[in-house]
Design a protein around this ligand. Structure first.
Ligand SMILES: Cc1cc2nc3c(=O)[nH]c(=O)nc-3n(C[C@H](O)[C@H](O)[C@H](O)COP(=O)(O)OP(=O)(O)OC[C@H]3O[C@@H](n4cnc5c(N)ncnc54)[C@H](O)[C@@H]3O)c2cc1C
Length: 406
């Protein structure tokens, strides 16, 4: 009945389902949670992620939910203050930090509007395999079988699809940081980050006039901090970000403090016969760079581009599907690897060792713009992903793509 089954309906799965449904594939999108459902996240979407939302026709609907646009930033380490913003990507020069209870249903609704069948409250319990290929999924306790030539695992860091398909981990670094964050009312803010030895404090405005304020600590402090998290959180803000701390004193914290101490850093092999992994299922990294949502969007777009021109008949042809998945795997790794390495540097929580370089950036508007363009993750690879190629270039690329796999 279906050409593609997508497991997981958040930042990776829902856009993938939407894009594939728009291409005419019959898509089933399955989600264990009942939406709207919150998830642990500091919410920030860099400009390339917003540019993809714009390309998909979803930026304006997101803005219409009352999510404040972000277009200026402050990074401070000691006395050095870098203030400015990056260059636009595909004409987009804003970031957003939407609540996931708003963003994720908006994405899932867009998939359903594109023609995908969306079922939330529906848990995948296993994969169906036939002749050495994944050929569908089993649902729920009674293990009802639903078939499709392609199963997309967009089911997060602890992916069942990855485990059931025996996707090997091809690169892994130890856990580097842990984080605590909360929401504040009456604290106006832009995108701000404050660094010191072993601490990284960040904040961004989100829905309902709230500001998210987070603190990163070294992972090896997690066992001590978790027992006194509220105190450690406030002490770190007071010591690292005194200016922000003053503003917090005239606002109020709303709701509980959220913590996360199991942020893994890995790449899994992203594809195999009849299956592909997207988002955190394929690649997870420390959230300090605020990239996971943008990475998930990029992978959804890359998969849709890689399957371009295949059509339902091509999808049912194992050789054609494997070649398309190979194209996806190569593009995915070359897009994500450089930023993974840069993030591993940030997780050392040692901005105080770069004071000379940061002072030079702060003193020079051109360097400042380049710095914030880098913070947003804008590079050539991401620009060509969010800027659709002209038709003639696409034709050339399609011809080149037929040469793989080797
Ligand atoms: C503390 C923290 C802060 C973060 N801050 C940011 C940030 O500021 N900016 C940013 O870009 N990223 C951030 N991230 C990362 C970002 O949240 C993730 O990268 C992103 O949510 C990944 O989306 P995903 O769709 O791949 O996976 P997920 O969001 O994990 O969604 C997977 C979905 O699959 C469903 N699922 C799982 N198993 C099954 C099953 N068997 N059957 C059916 N459904 C299933 C789950 O219910 C879930 O809804 C942060 C992460 C953490 C932990």
């Amino acid at each position: 009945m279906y050409d593609v089954i997508v497991v997981g309906a958040r930042c990776a799965g829902a856009p993938a389902a939407m894009l594939l449904a728009r291409k005419g594939y019959r898509v089933l999108l399955l989600e264990r949670a009942r939406f709207p459902a919150d998830t642990v996240s500091t919410l920030y979407i860099h400009q390339p992620g917003v540019a993809l939302l714009d390309r998909w026709g979803l930026r304006e609907p997101l803005a219409a939910t009352g999510c404040p646009p972000i277009n200026s930033a402050l990074h401070q380490v000691g006395d050095i203050r870098i203030e400015g913003w990056g260059l636009p990507v595909a004409g987009i020069d804003v970031a957003y930090a939407p609540r996931r209870t708003v963003l994720d249903p908006l994405l899932a609704d867009a998939a359903a509007s594109a023609g995908a069948t969306f079922r939330d409250g529906c848990s995948v319990s296993g994969l169906v395999t036939e002749h050495g290929r994944v050929a569908g999924v089993r649902l729920g306790r009674d293990a009802t079988v639903v078939r499709a030539p392609l199963v997309v695992g967009a089911d997060g860091m602890r992916s069942l699809v990855a485990a059931a398909a025996c996707a090997p981990t091809v690169l892994e670094q130890p856990r580097k940081t842990c984080i605590y964050y909360g929401f504040w009312a009456g604290v106006p803010a832009r995108f701000e980050a404050y660094g010191a030895a072993g601490r990284w404090v960040c904040c961004a405005p989100t829905h309902d006039g709230r500001t998210l304020v987070g603190v990163y600590f070294p992972q090896d402090e997690f066992p001590q901090i978790r027992g006194r998290a509220e105190r450690a959180y406030r002490e770190a803000i007071a010591a690292t970000a005194p200016d922000l701390h003053r503003r917090l004193l005239s606002g109020r914290q709303v709701g509980k403090l959220y913590g996360h101490g199991t942020q893994r850093n890995f790449f899994r092999q992203p594809t195999g016969p009849g299956w592909v992994l997207l988002g955190d299922a394929a690649h997870h990294k420390d959230s300090i760079s605020g990239d996971g949502i943008t990475d998930a969007f990029c992978q959804a777009q890359l998969l849709a581009d890689s399957l371009d021109g295949l059509g339902p008949r091509g999808l049912a042809d194992p050789a054609a599907l494997d070649a398309a998945l190979h194209r996806y795997a190569v593009a995915q790794q070359s897009l994500l690897l450089p930023r993974f390495q840069a993030t591993m540097v940030s997780t050392r929580l040692a901005p105080h060792r770069r004071l000379g370089a940061l002072a030079m950036i702060a003193a020079d508007p051109v360097r400042t713009t380049r710095y914030f363009t880098g913070v947003a993750g804008v590079d050539h690879a991401i620009e060509s992903l969010v800027n659709p190629l002209s038709p003639s270039d696409s034709d050339v690329l399609a011809t080149v793509g037929k040469e793989v796999p080797t």
